[in-house]
Design a protein. Structure first.
Length: 123
């Protein structure tokens, strides 16, 4: 069953597993969530994810916004990392099509892969 966070709603400490995808609608906030292997989360335009952990085999899709500390051992694509946010792409993790705002921090571990919103690797 799909878990949906609606506009004006903040849901914290969710665990997203296979078969229960998370969809955060515009104006909704997902905080301190973990996306497990086989799980997926989608941040719609205008949605916010903060302090998220994406496990190996987990997927986070944009085009919504990311804030605070995001730890990615799975796959993130199409989101925007806001100013003062930190995206740590861990060994084995990937980030593609992610826009990194001014004053945001991207940390790519050895064994991880990351590319910008133009599809080219960051340098």
């Amino acid at each position: 069953m799909t878990v949906t966070i609606s506009s004006g709603v903040t849901s914290n400490f969710l665990t997203i597993s296979s078969g229960d995808p998370l969809v955060v609608l515009s104006g909704g906030v997902a905080g301190y969530a973990t996306v497990l292997s086989g799980g997926s989360a989608t941040l719609s335009a205008g949605a916010l994810g903060e302090d998220l952990a994406i496990s190996a085999g987990g997927v986070l899709l944009g085009p919504g916004d990311l804030y605070e500390e995001i730890r990615d051992a799975g796959s993130i694509s199409g989101a925007t990392l806001l100013a003062n946010g930190v995206l740590q792409v861990l060994d084995g993790g990937t980030a593609s099509g992610v826009t990194v705002s001014d004053q945001a921090i991207l940390d790519v571990d050895a064994g991880a892969a990351a590319g910008g919103d133009d599809g080219e690797p960051w340098r």
